[in-house]
Write a protein that binds this ligand. Structure first.
Ligand code: SAH
Length: 281
């Protein structure tokens, strides 16, 4: 049976002698309606190969194994891995992999369906989605991060994650999820989101080094999002050993390419890519 309310989850954890670990960001789903919602927006089919990050007690996994072709469930907590191995021993379409999602070699997949460990949301997005041929993502993440992904002209929420996600992905759905749907109850507000890879990704990114330069360019300028772009780029370039432009040169490169010296947050997503290209060699 799948534990699907707080009492059942608590009881199962007790039987397994598992105390949820803060360090591992363990907040187990206890609400079957949320699982249904996740599965519904995942639009699973028999051809899907799914990556599940942090399957925990398998609340989502139980549904995935019934529909998808293959599931790779990567779990850092060895105690949960043994439980899951046992629980899914009769299925031949799932592999439980013990390891850290940020370090392990990740098998090929076309969808990620996960209630992830919230503390490592940024690094997970970095590793899985900021590239060409990224998978579709259906994720429960911190609402504050979700608000940066679904940008609505509100520059306060506009950040590095806003640009990076919207460069590679189309965010298509955002639903607030009650904190009471988890045990232990997390301290932060949460959202269920769906990200679909963009049809057209700038060919600039087909080169690995260019992609890495773009990510460090955005990381470099966004701390100065309230400054003018020339200042921000100048400060970023100071950290780059192999690019030497004076501030005047940065200014004239932008000017020649018809970019005004506006505030960093005040550009369109595609403009960050074009501007980044001007400084890539
Ligand atoms: N998906 C489950 C559990 C969510 S809690 C559910 O919804 O009920 C987050 C899960 O991620 C925990 O099982 C935790 O052990 C696991 N986890 C935490 N850090 C991880 C990492 N770096 N790599 C893989 N799994 C991780």
């Amino acid at each position: 049976m799948n534990p699907m309310n707080i009492k059942e989850v608590q009881l199962l954890l007790k039987q397994l002698k598992i105390q949820p670990r803060k360090f591992f960001g363990q907040n187990f789903l206890t609400d079957s309606n949320i699982v249904k919602k996740i599965i519904s927006i995942s639009e699973l089919s028999k051809t899907d190969t799914i990556l599940e990050i942090g399957p925990g007690l398998g609340a989502i996994t139980v549904e995935l194994v019934e529909i998808a072709k293959k599931i790779y469930a990567i779990e850092i907590d060895r105690r949960l891995c043994s439980y899951l191995e046992d629980k899914f021993s009769i299925y031949d379409n799932i592999e439980i992999l013990h390891g850290d999602i940020l370090k392990i070699q990740i098998p090929d997949h076309n969808k990620v369906v996960s209630n992830i460990p919230y503390k490592v949301t940024g690094p997970i997005l970095d590793r899985i989605f900021f590239r060409i041929n990224s998978p579709i993502g259906i994720l429960i993440i911190e609402k504050s991060i979700s608000d940066r992904i679904f940008i609505s002209g509100d520059y306060k929420n506009f950040s590095r994650i806003s640009i990076n996600v919207n460069t590679f992905m189309e965010p298509t759905s955002q639903t607030n999820i009650s904190r009471k749907s988890f045990y232990p109850v997390p301290k932060i507000a949460l959202s269920l989101i769906k990200l679909i890879p963009k049809d057209q990704i700038n060919s600039f990114f087909s080169e690995r080094r260019a992609l890495e330069f773009f990510l460090s360019f955005i990381t470099g300028i966004m701390p100065y999002k309230n400054k003018n772009i020339v200042n921000a780029i100048n400060l970023f370039l100071k950290t780059q050993k192999d690019i030497q432009y004076t501030k005047e040169e940065v200014n004239s490169i932008l000017h020649m390419n018809n970019y005004d010296n506006k505030k960093v947050f005040d550009f369109e997503i595609h403009e960050y890519i074009e501007i980044c290209k001007l400084f890539y060699s």
